[in-house]
Design a protein around this ligand. Structure first.
Ligand code: ZN
Length: 85
């Protein structure tokens, strides 16, 4: 069974620090393939983070830090627009 949107957002958060591998990573990818909301959500997060890191010339640690902050912001928006249980 595929994870719910909520689980996927948790996996995505985990994925910021260490790539989620194995069956959990696969489930996340499968969900992203089918769910446009989660896909948009993750794309938005990655794009924003990338832009900021490039602009500010971040080191790896700073990158992970900024990912986390952006993730929190995007997640807050996402929770409003994507209502699931
Ligand atoms: Zn989803």
């Amino acid at each position: 069974m595929l994870p719910s949107c909520r689980e996927v957002s948790q996996l995505a958060s985990e994925n910021l620090d260490t790539p989620v591998k194995g069956s959990r990573g696969l489930k996340m990818k499968l969900h992203l393939m089918m769910c446009k909301y989660c896909r948009l959500y993750q794309k938005q997060m990655e794009l924003t983070q990338k832009t900021i890191c490039e602009m500010e010339n971040h080191t790896h640690t700073e990158c992970v830090d900024s990912k986390r902050k952006i993730f929190e912001q995007v997640e807050a928006k996402y929770k409003k627009s994507h209502n699931n249980k």
